[in-house]
Design a protein. Structure first.
Length: 319
């Protein structure tokens, strides 16, 4: 047979039995799990969780000291939701039963132990709030799109399953998220606001916090002709009022002085002129020399400044 096929340019590849070796086994998967995927004993998991809750101190309150006061506080349980194809612990993310860490976690529970992954975080044990959703398939959002819907096996009875992609538990509000962050930190000797910029990024500035802007220009700029103004360096300053609700955009020549700047601000009805200092926040510097030019003060080509109320002078030093 091999010689006969060779005469016609064909190659003998074997009989029907050996051809099975060339067949590629393609696993059938449905919604992120297959018949060979690890499946926990849900009843055993729930039963052992009830026993672990007793060992973890369920119903026993602990004394908590906060702000000079003591109060009894019950233990906060760890939320654990059991789905058909995985679990969600705490606020997520979703963990498939295909993941080795998920299998190890559930095996620990089925063996009657606290999950080893939580021992470092809760060395004295912890209670669980378990939610049984074994008949719900969690639809995990992935960068690729799988075939929609559950797969069907020929000859198998259909199981009444539902689908969800909603993470269980209460949603964290913006304020709750901000409360978890420090209000400010000290970096390089400067106090930096943390919550404010993040709140503005998430919500945008509040209506009453939106600052107004006014343009203040030196009259010398208007006296320059177009030819010379194109080659002249202009100093651009942004000066925020003491209350923070008004910003003055000032355009001056580098040769003009700090005293000239105060004159221009007073001409625009800036009430803080007589009661405030002109400061640079980082690094901190007070511009109190009215004869100093903007060039000498290092405010060229642009700078951001603040108006801050003058500190009362010490009467002992005045004497």
């Amino acid at each position: 047979m091999e010689q006969f096929l060779s005469d016609y340019g064909l190659i003998w590849v074997g009989d029907e039995g050996s051809s099975e070796a060339f067949k590629q086994e393609i696993p059938l998967t449905t919604a992120g799990f297959s018949p060979n995927t690890f499946q926990p004993d849900f009843d055993l998991v729930l039963e052992n969780l009830r026993d672990l809750n007793v060992l973890g101190g369920e119903g026993v309150s602990h004394i908590e000291f906060k702000e000079g006061a003591a109060r009894l506080r019950p233990p906060v349980p760890v939320p654990l939701t059991l789905y058909k194809n995985g679990i969600i612990m705490f606020q997520g993310p979703f963990r498939s039963y295909q993941e080795p860490s998920t299998q190890q976690c559930l095996r620990d529970i089925m063996d009657g132990y606290f999950p080893s992954e939580l021992q470092t975080r809760f060395p004295d044990g912890v209670t669980f709030h378990a939610t049984d959703m074994r008949k719900v398939i969690f639809h995990e959002h992935r960068p690729w799109e799988q075939f929609p819907g559950p797969g069907q096996n020929v000859g198998c009875a259909e199981e009444n399953l539902t689908w969800t992609s909603e993470i269980p538990g209460p949603r964290v509000s913006v304020q709750q998220f901000l409360d978890r962050l420090p209000k400010s930190v000290i970096q390089g000797g400067c106090v930096m606001d943390i919550q404010g910029p993040i709140r503005d990024q998430l919500l945008g500035p509040k209506a009453d916090e939106k600052t107004r802007e006014s343009l203040v220009e030196s009259p010398l700029l208007g006296l320059m002709d177009k030819g010379s103004s194109a080659n002249t360096v202009v100093c651009n300053l942004r000066i925020k009022s003491e209350a923070g609700d008004h910003t003055y955009r000032v355009r001056m020549l580098p040769t003009e002085t700090i005293g000239d700047l105060w004159v221009y601000l007073s001409q625009h009805s800036v009430s803080e002129v007589s009661s405030c200092d002109l400061i640079r926040p980082f690094p901190h510097h007070v511009y109190d020399n009215n004869a100093c030019t903007l060039q000498e003060a290092g405010l060229v080509p642009n700078a951001s400044l603040l108006l801050r109320r003058k500190k009362p002078k010490d009467p002992e030093k005045q004497e």
